[in-house]
Design a protein around this ligand. Structure first.
Ligand code: A2P
Length: 333
């Protein structure tokens, strides 16, 4: 793309938790974007958003929203809105970066984490999918290890923050501490752990677990990877934590493996058990890197390792990843 050009970008779902974080990240990055428009549902139509020192009026998203050409649109307004409006936007010549799960497993849609598979970005047909928040942080840590030791099997166990369920998820935790009934989750999240994220499938897994499994295979380009997942909602406001157990084809040296992670793009190593240093949601919140610690051999298999991986699910798990993709499209690197 032409660097002298100033681009036009739409944010769909601008009033949501992810959408408003997209605006925050855009302000921080200050990309060469000249014009912005912000869309949400009818409920928010006419609301004012302060952005980059200017007031913007939120518009209601409809079929004509993309009539005046946009270069990019970041969608964070749920799967149904994406299914209906992303193709309209793409048809108008706009590149859509979609945060929903609507197109992630479509073979014609790249599923991108820039640190992992940025080469996929330019293969788009108008829509690029942002992976699920839990998948993003996992594959950032898996990719450099797969390149070196060839991953054979993965076991995910997640501890996911309520912010992953939007404003209503956060409200359920806050209200729960005051003894109020939940509105978003099936059960109180305060003082609790819910071993269900999204709906159950016929095979007994949840949709969140299925997303992690299928998206990891697609992003790592390992369709037959042996992988399983248990995803759990925990009473943490922000940042998903994951215990990741990995089995490799090749043997590894623990110090070399730590060095690989330390030097990998987008990773911060926090692994100093003598001083009780390891990644914590409260410390990682508001950062874009994926934090990795508690790295230790799994002695129950031949070439196994355990990792503790924490990232800001709203930033790296959604908003920042989407803006990074826009950045790559603009600067073509
Ligand atoms: P609104 O605030 O007007 O409801 P969250 O996941 O944090 O609840 O955010 C969801 C976002 O998606 C909000 O910005 C919400 O707008 C937006 N949204 C929901 N439904 C639609 C729709 N049909 N068209 C456009 N935006 C929508």
């Amino acid at each position: 793309m032409n660097l002298d050009k100033k681009y036009k970008l739409a944010v769909v779902g601008a009033t949501g938790l992810v959408g408003s974080t997209v605006l925050k990240v855009l302000e921080e990055k200050n990309l060469p974007i000249l014009e912005y428009e912000f869309f949400a549902s009818e409920r928010s139509c006419g609301k004012t958003i302060s952005f980059m020192g200017k007031d913007y009026i939120v518009k209601k998203l409809d079929e004509s929203s993309f009539n005046n050409h946009f270069d990019f649109a970041i969608f964070s307004a749920g799967g149904d809105t994406s299914k209906k409006y992303s193709p309209i936007a793409a048809k108008s010549g706009c590149v859509v970066i979609d945060n929903s799960s609507a197109f992630r497993m479509d073979p014609c849609v790249p599923l991108v984490v820039p640190e992992v598979n940025s080469e996929e970005i330019f293969k788009h047909n108008g829509i690029i999918a942002n992976p699920n928040c839990s998948t993003i942080q996992a594959v950032v840590s898996l990719k450099p290890l797969d390149d070196r030791y060839n991953i054979k099997r993965v076991i995910y166990s997640t501890y996911q923050a309520v912010s992953g369920a939007g404003w209503k998820g956060i409200l359920d935790l806050e209200n729960g501490s005051k003894g109020l009934e939940p509105q978003k989750f099936n059960y109180p999240i305060f003082n609790n752990c819910l071993p269900q994220i999204d709906v159950f499938l016929d095979n007994g897994y949840t949709k969140e677990e299925e997303k992690m499994i299928n998206e990891t295979r697609k992003i790592l380009k390992k369709p037959d990877l042996k992988i399983t997942a248990t995803t759990v909602r925990v009473p943490v406001i922000n940042c998903h934590s994951e215990s990741i157990n990995i089995e490799f084809e090749k043997n590894f040296d623990l110090e070399e493996l730590k060095n690989i992670l330390q030097n990998a793009p987008g990773i911060i190593l926090q692994d100093d058990i003598k001083n009780c240093i390891y990644p914590l949601p409260t410390k990682v919140s508001n950062h874009d890197e994926v934090y990795v610690g508690r790295i230790r051999r799994d002695y129950s298999v031949t070439n196994g390792i355990n990792l503790w991986v924490v990232a800001d699910n709203i930033r790296k798990g959604a908003a920042s990843n989407a803006v990074q993709i826009v950045e790559k499209l603009i600067f073509k690197n």
